[in-house]
Design a protein around this ligand. Sequence first.
Ligand code: SF4
Length: 365
Amino acid sequence: MKVTFPHMGHMWICLKAMLQYLGVEVVVPPSCSKKTLTLGTKHAPEFACMPLKLNLGNFMEAYELGADTIIMAGGCGPCRFGYYAYSENEILKDLKYNFNLIVLEPPEKHFSEFLIKIKQITGNRSWYQVIKGIRFGFLKAKAVDEIERLSFKIRPRELVAGSTDMAFQQALAEIDRAKTPQELIINIEQAKNIMSSIEIDQIKPVLKVGIVGEIYTLLEPFSNQNIERLLGKLGVEVDRSIYLSEWINDHLFMGLIKKMSNREETCRAARPFLNHFVGGHGEETIGSTVLYSEKGYDGVIQLLPFTCMPEIVAQSILPKVSEKLGIAVMTLIVDEQSGEAGLLTRLEAFVDLIAQKKKQKEALA
Ligand code: SF4
């Protein structure tokens, strides 16, 4: 069995770690690229969400590298994600790509439902080993998130342009390289050292922007054209409303790990504006915008793929949130036509706007 999975940001590092730790052969698809998107767009229904098109492209590229089994998250609720994996599999079958499909549905009652799915892939491994493998993958997800958070803080303050991007890639490679939890402890330290060796201007004033929206578009840099990097270079410190390790804890571990920021808290913050589930991360988009405003952020950017239903609902509510809480909000919709130049122009305009607003606020204070 040669297992592959779709790309979603740096998720490949933790999935690869978990599977290899459990003795499963892994084929990591090439990073998302124009080629991936072209392949997916050619064979997906026209109005499918962009993540589906990129997933399809990932699988086709992985198949060429020998993959024969797909693992993918499933879902439920009013948006299309619930039948994503199955429709992708049908399209692939029509194209004569013969994959086995394993869907990791979010457990309904107990974490053990998730364990049973993983055991399907790892066969004769003991339960103890399976739990250790999952834990190892999760530790890597947490490490990647920690390093990424550091990069968000450092990038707008870097003295040498591009030094954060270079160090971040080296730090990720350190985390990817660890083969055991013991090794990972050492490599995390090494990764942090790499990040702290970047020269920065400690006292440079920076703007702060929270990025909210649909999970795939938030986590996959190809789909958002590296928005965090572009903003960092414009002197903006960013934070993301969703990190992979938090998503795993909320949706696959059913909040087993306390002390991590969780969706319940975010959804509570959304209540004055939206108080029911609308699918995907629509509720979190509203709740996170409220929380960013409370934390004194200068602005919020919502990201969504063209036709994403939960985020369209959230988009229609955000102007009210912005008006009531006085926080600047911009929505960016991405699709296969989006280009970096257009995005950069809009980001520059938004950053100018929030810089002006901040100056006015400071003048009045
Ligand atoms: S959350 Fe949005 S992009 Fe994701 S499957 Fe649902 S509708 Fe599509």
